[in-house]
Design a protein around this ligand. Structure first.
Ligand SMILES: Cc1cc2nc3c(=O)[nH]c(=O)nc-3n(C[C@H](O)[C@H](O)[C@H](O)COP(=O)(O)OP(=O)(O)OC[C@H]3O[C@@H](n4cnc5c(N)ncnc54)[C@H](O)[C@@H]3O)c2cc1C
Length: 474
């Protein structure tokens, strides 16, 4: 079979790339190894309840500019419900802290929520001044410089109090970067912190139907209408080439597909297996083995009654606890509120601590977690439960990894990389995946002599944070 562009991987990165290239006169073929498209953002119908569920619950941010533009293209952007009451509800046992963005210039807009919580003192909040100053001034160059240190080391040396580290930073690091503070790159954490404290307004959102329905059917339709093809259950076995030039891909069944370009839109753990040995030993591929997976366990519990009106809450991180974030889908999914029964999805992030537990133990512990937070759940019973063990939710941003994230272009002619873990300047996420897919499409368009800007940059910092970034940057 002959093609112009072969895309390996039908996750968000691969599909976003394919859709972006559909009208440029190239023959596009997407090969997905599994039976389902969507990758880590895939969904299916639960056979017991006939409800559509995702591999695990996901959130979006209003700052997901590329992801939201992609959904806009596909006509599904309005399928996101945004949390408008508050930014985030944090729970520590029965104690609740609502984080809100107040009408003060960033980063002061977070202060009223922090100053009024009973969980930390004003002295704890004030102990962040040096680290906040650093985050506001940090350029990408400085982020890469900080990458060699652990986030915990940086916070301690910047004078942040132990209580604030334990209450805020450990929770933020686990929720956003999916790795404990002592294993996290200081650069990766500062980059996220600068955005969260430096933007005036943003909100968390959720898909009001199966996540993959927002981008899989629309991508296939748009691509196939333009003459492209998507193949599922078509695992690529090898990427083939010679003399530094990509030539073809070999499918597991033995079929060879020749093409001018190959976009490898797969996680790092899959990429190493695809490359010829001499390429795997080259920069940037030789560092791919450094990316350690952050595993998740995602559970879905169908309860026999309604236990809350909330959509989402996060739990203050404690290494002895299991679940970190909870979603009541009956308050999120369109049409589910009429059932009067909660469906709670939750994530155990960096889930090594759950390795020795059976599914039954995880379900029982998850119900205990829900009861701990919500008195109304005390007498609730489980009608049905599902536990998904996910070996790789994202690649951990361990110290040194930011510098190893590869660029879209590789030294191999015709071979491009995409995926949430590539060098997008964003944490591994759906936004990073779409960004990377569009960056690969931009390179191909440029090489075709049809340069076109697709990638939307991050928003500039605002308020005092913006001023410091502009005039005080290192
Ligand atoms: C439980 C869970 C919760 C998450 N929560 C959030 C969240 O709240 N917010 C957020 O933004 N992100 C979240 N993420 C991360 C997000 O899902 C990913 O960042 C994103 O989906 C990655 O997309 P991708 O296209 O880069 O990679 P993937 O989705 O991994 O796609 C790669 C595809 O390549 C295929 N493939 C691999 N090898 C081959 C081969 N040899 N041949 C053919 N195909 C191959 C795979 O089957 C896969 O479909 C979460 C992930 C999980 C698992």
């Amino acid at each position: 079979m002959q093609s112009d562009v072969v895309i390996v991987g039908g996750g968000l990165a691969g599909l976003a790339c394919a859709v972006a290239l559909r009208d440029c006169g190239l023959r596009i073929r997407v090969f997905e190894g599994s039976a389902r498209l969507g990758g880590r953002a895939c969904s299916w119908t639960d056979p017991h309840t006939c409800d559509d569920v995702d591999l695990g619950p996901h959130i979006l941010l209003t700052e997901y500019r590329n992801m939201l533009a992609f959904l806009e293209q596909l006509g599904t952007r309005d399928r996101i419900v945004w949390e408008t009451e508050r930014l985030l509800r944090l729970r520590e046992g029965r104690r609740v802290t609502d984080m809100r963005l107040h009408a003060l210039p960033p980063p002061l807009h977070l202060l009223p929520s922090l100053a009024t919580t009973k969980s930390v003192s004003l002295a704890d909040v004030a102990s962040n001044r040096r680290v906040l100053w650093m985050a506001m001034r940090a350029t990408e160059e400085h982020i890469k410089h900080l990458d060699g240190r652990s986030a915990l080391d940086l916070l301690r040396h910047s004078g942040v109090s132990d209580r604030f580290i334990e209450w805020f930073w450990a929770t933020a690091c686990m929720s956003v970067l999916n790795v404990p503070l002592d294993r996290c790159s200081a650069g990766a954490l500062m980059r996220v912190f600068a955005q969260l404290t430096g933007l005036q307004e943003y909100a968390i959102g959720f898909a009001d139907e199966a996540l993959a329905n927002l981008f899989v059917p629309g991508s296939i339709r748009m691509l196939e209408r333009a003459g492209g093809r998507v193949y599922t259950e078509s695992r690529v076995d090898r990427i083939v080439g010679e003399q530094g030039r990509f030539h073809s891909v070999m499918l597991q069944g033995g079929e060879r597909i020749e093409a001018r370009f190959c976009v490898a839109a797969v996680p790092p753990q899959c990429l190493t297996r695809l490359l010829p040995d001499e390429w795997a030993a080259m920069d940037p591929f030789k560092d791919v083995g450094r990316f350690e997976p952050s595993p998740y366990v995602s559970s879905y519990l169908w309860l026999d009654r309604k236990v809350t009106d909330e959509r989402f809450w996060a739990r203050i991180w404690n290494p002895c606890d299991l679940n970190t974030d909870f979603y009541d889908l009956s308050n999120i999914r369109r049409g589910w509120s009429e059932r009067r029964e909660s469906v709670i999805a939750s994530n155990i992030i960096f889930s090594h601590r759950a390795d020795g537990l059976s599914d039954e133990q995880i379900v029982a512990a998850t119900l205990d977690d829900i009861r701990e937070a919500l008195p109304a759940a005390e007498h609730a019973h489980i009608r049905h439960a599902v536990v998904n063990r996910i070996p790789m939710a994202i690649s951990c941003p361990t110290p040194g990894c930011e510098r190893c994230r590869p660029a879209t272009r590789t030294p191999i002619e015709g071979l491009l990389l995409a995926g949430d873990w590539t060098d997008t300047g964003l944490p591994s996420s759906m936004e990073s995946a779409v960004h990377s897919g569009w960056a690969a499409a931009e390179v191909i368009l440029q090489m075709q002599g049809r340069p076109h800007h697709l990638v939307l940059p991050k928003r500039e910092l605002e308020g005092i944070a913006g001023w410091v970034r502009r005039y005080g940057a290192r």
